[in-house]
Design a protein around this ligand. Structure first.
Ligand code: G3H
Ligand code: 13P
Ligand code: ZN
Length: 326
């Protein structure tokens, strides 16, 4: 216990106030995943330039990739960078798709201000019990907790779900009151990754299940709702990747218009990872193809980082509506 590093020592904040203001204001806080320095720098820069609160999000895979101590140092560095630039934006460090109590505890003990416990692949009762256990520990340290009801299609970290099973609105009230969670991720037709929908030629992306969202909102009015799998799979990046040697066929995401509609509702956190991956890959491929004599990683990663900043600024300003809300 004594060697615990509390997030407040790092200058981070939990999600409580961010979400209250976002639900009231009809916008959503961006939750951007990061695994390396350039991604984190882009998150900080884009948030400062748009004066937006932000959630810096780390998956278990990211933790394995970057090392837990390194990540904590990076989050502290993000706060220091923002302060040095004169910005007072709220920065939250969040565990994405925690799957065990032990992982959530380890993050809470290592400077995270928010954790997700994803028990959605368990039975309802086991999900309640696991989520409750995490909430009890997290709340002792004023760390906020995101739970999940309903399973998204696609890959959730190590958890593979073959088809989406939408959130059942008649479960949410019971789940929230039994677990004490601070926010709830729901399944309304989004999925993780770059292949969210299988479309026949000429077919449009089907609308998300806003009817389920509305019913959830009616049952738990004003309660913070989270949308995972919310990348738009920007087609300019898919085309650039394919133009410069990549092969992404049929990659498609959630149209921005639907995300705007969600952000205006009780959806107050929108998770974006794949769009950042696509932006980086597109710009690295383009840069290397056009500059075959370059071998300085700062050049191609710098090009990728600039594009990430532009992408995130666009989302904050024109999709999520978090710009100016810091
Ligand atoms: O929801 C999953 C996130 O996109 C994180 O992906 O587990 O490959 O880091 P990852
Ligand atoms: P995307 O794959 O749509 O970016 O979703 C990311 C996500 O939900 C992270 O938890
Ligand atoms: Zn997710």
């Amino acid at each position: 216990m004594s060697d615990m590093i509390h997030y407040k020592e790092l200058g981070l904040v939990n999600t409580r106030e961010m979400f209250t203001r976002a639900v009231r204001g009809g916008y959503a806080i961006p939750a951007y995943n990061f695994n390396n320095m350039e991604q984190l720098q882009a998150i900080v820069l884009a948030s400062i330039e748009t004066n937006s609160p932000v959630i810096m999000q780390v998956s278990n895979g990211a933790r394995k990739y970057a090392n837990a101590a390194m990540l904590r140092g990076m989050a502290a560095g993000a706060v220091a960078m923002a302060r040095e630039m004169g910005a007072q934006i709220p920065l939250c460090l969040h565990l994405d798709h925690g799957d065990t109590f032990e992982l959530c505890k380890s993050c809470i003990d290592n400077g995270f201000s928010s954790v997700m416990i994803d028990g959605s692949h368990h039975s309802y009762d086991d999900n309640v019990a696991l989520t409750r256990q995490v909430v009890e520990y997290a709340h002792k340290f004023d760390v906020t907790v995101e739970g999940e009801l309903g399973v998204l299609a696609g890959i959730e970290d190590d958890v593979v779900a073959e088809s989406s099973s939408y959130t059942q609105p008649d479960e949410v009230e019971d789940f929230v009151s039994k677990t004490g969670v601070d926010s709830l991720a729901i399944s309304i037709g989004t999925s993780h990754g770059a292949y969210k929908f299988k479309l026949a030629p000429g077919e449009e992306v089907p609308p998300l299940r806003f009817d389920i969202l509305t019913e959830v909102e009616q049952r738990i009015p004003g309660f913070p709702i989270v949308l995972h799998g919310a990348s738009s799979v920007v087609q300019e990046y898919v085309q650039l990747i394919n133009q410069y040697g990549g092969k992404l066929d049929g990659a498609v995401g959630v149209p921005e218009e639907q995300l705007r509609k969600a952000a205006a509702s009780a959806v107050c956190k929108i998770n974006i990872d794949s769009d950042g991956r696509l932006a980086m890959t597109a710009k690295v491929r383009e840069f290397l193809a056009n500059n075959p004599d370059e071998f300085d990683p700062r050049k191609y990663l710098g090009a990728a980082r600039s594009e990430l900043v532009a992408l995130m600024k666009h989302k904050n300003q024109h999709v999520l509506g978090s710009a100016g809300k810091a």
